[in-house]
Ligand binder design. Structure first.
Ligand SMILES: *Cc1c(COP(=O)(O)O)cnc(C)c1O
Length: 475
């Protein structure tokens, strides 16, 4: 046996690998024949409490373990009746792209290799989609939680100057204030905490009946903070709230931000990609005026996890927020250390994977239009679900349907807690996986239709399953 980590027997490795690939393709092809989700039994979980393996084991043997003990107990978001949370469904093409990226094992922090050009290509596509200038910069991150955080740091530098990186906040004596709607994702408040600005300095602006930010109240809050001697710096608009899919009035937010000289960031984690659909694009009107946009290719573009992205209009400001003069990052005129800009100049990560490749493959093979149509179909199916529930004598709608998310609950006569019991029953029976959230302080059932595999007939099956589960639980 050799001391390196390559296979001792390449042909055995090749055979096992082909088999693993075939099994995975079978798995994707037959997704809808299996339960959406199964809880892993205790004896399976026990297998993942083992000590560090000191010796080798046949690859084929480990693959069998994967087949038996990992594959059947995944989240379930490949299944067309998975409607819990906003999870992308993945695609077979994305899966292969991920494997090819792993084969290259490119480190996309920087240096002069083609991976950097592929990532730059995605940034150019994003700029094109959102009508940003080609001088805009973009970077892959884990997800929108990270992208919102980085966007906030760029906004901080735009307000305070890059010197803030060195001095920190105490030197300035100013108190920065940010604004987002009461329905903004929790990662926005967390970004304030991570940045050291503090979540107490994020103003939570009330929303209207559709769940969108009240611009009059935003303006009033900014005026109040200015009179109190504070320093407003950032307005965060949400394009597709996680609870109901509501879209803030982005155009008015942009005008307000401009009027007060504030950075305008859009959290478009899933909703921003509705821009791929010409019929949905008008709902996002104003997104093209943002200073920065956070979005997830792993949600509505179904790129395999993870593929979050930050797009920044002012590429210089973006770079100035993160670039680092360390000796080992020095650029050469030619050779492997040549080239500008490196992704490590645009965020905190140095070693980073080739997320751009699976995104590139996804758009190459499917085309932006088809992904846009899948997004439209999700929104049509959400309306179909809402109409079916509105006719039901068991359920009632609890929020307007802006995009693809339907919030509903059991009608009067049922306990509030029965909703969660019903969701758990659906999940444990493996027939469907909606999730729970709270609206106006009350629990509601939430169906987020994100999966490109979800058809109208699946929505009908879901409605039938809801009524079946309602008959199985105590009112
Ligand atoms: C999903 C989501 C996030 C968080 O994104 P991650 O990719 O999970 O980190 C932020 N905001 C909104 C509106 C989301 O839907």
């Amino acid at each position: 046996m050799s001391d390196d980590l390559d296979p001792d027997d390449w042909s055995a490795f090749r055979a096992s690998s082909h088999q693993a690939l075939d099994r995975m393709i079978d798995f994707l092809q037959t997704t809808r024949e299996r339960p959406v989700w199964r809880d892993a039994p205790a004896e399976v979980r026990q297998k993942f409490c083992a000590p560090l393996p000191r010796g080798p084991r046949a690859f084929a043997d480990a693959l069998n373990d994967f087949e038996a003990n990992i594959k059947p107990y995944a989240v379930g978001n490949t299944h067309p009746l998975f409607m819990g949370w906003v999870h992308g469904a993945g695609t077979p093409v994305g899966m292969i792209a991920e494997m090819l990226a792993a084969g290259l094992n490119a480190n996309c922090g920087g240096r002069n290799h083609i991976g950097i050009a592929v990532e730059r290509q995605i940034a150019q596509w994003a700029a094109e989609l959102f009508e940003f200038p080609q001088s805009a910069s973009g970077i892959f991150v884990t997800g929108s939680s990270a992208a919102n955080f980085l966007g906030l740091l760029v906004a901080r530098d735009a307000a305070m100057g890059h010197e803030i990186r060195r001095t920190g906040f105490s030197a300035s004596g100013e108190q920065l204030i940010a604004y987002a709607s009461a329905e903004a994702h929790g990662c926005v408040a967390q970004a304030m905490e991570l940045a050291g600005v503090g979540s107490a300095h994020l103003r939570s602006i009330p929303v209207d009946s559709a769940g969108a930010m009240r611009v009059d109240l935003l303006q009033a809050a900014i005026d109040d903070d200015l009179s109190a001697g504070l320093s407003p710096f950032l307005v965060v608009g949400t394009a597709g709230t996680v609870n109901t899919g509501a879209i803030d009035p982005l155009q008015s937010l942009a005008l307000t931000a401009t009027k007060y000289g504030l950075w305008f960031h859009v959290d478009g984690a899933f909703g921003a990609l509705a821009a791929l659909s010409p019929s949905l694009r008008p709902k996002l009107s104003g997104v093209e005026l943002a200073d920065s946009i956070a979005l997830d290719f792993h949600k509505w573009a179904h790129v395999p996890y993870d593929a979050g992205f930050l797009l920044v209009r002012d590429g210089q400001m973006h770079r100035g927020t993160f670039a680092n003069a360390a000796a080992y990052l020095q650029r050469a005129p030619r050779g492997l250390a040549a080239g500008e800009v490196w992704p490590c100049d645009l965020g905190p990560d140095l070693s980073r994977g080739f997320r751009a490749l699976k995104t590139w493959f996804t758009f190459q093979v499917h085309g932006a239009d088809k992904i846009g149509r899948a997004i439209e179909a999700n929104c049509e199916n959400a309306r179909h679900l809402a109409e079916s529930l509105a006719r039901s004598n068991v359920f009632e709608l609890r929020a307007a349907v802006s995009l693809n998310i339907v919030c509903f609950a059991l009608k009067a006569g049922w306990r509030d807690e029965a909703n969660e019991a019903l969701v758990i029953d659906l999940q444990e029976r493996g027939v469907a996986a909606p999730s729970m959230t709270h609206l106006s302080g009350r629990p509601v059932i939430r169906a987020a239709i994100v999966n490109h595999r979800t058809k109208r007939a699946d929505v009908d099956d879901f409605v039938a399953a809801l009524h079946e589960s309602a008959a199985r639980i105590t009112p």
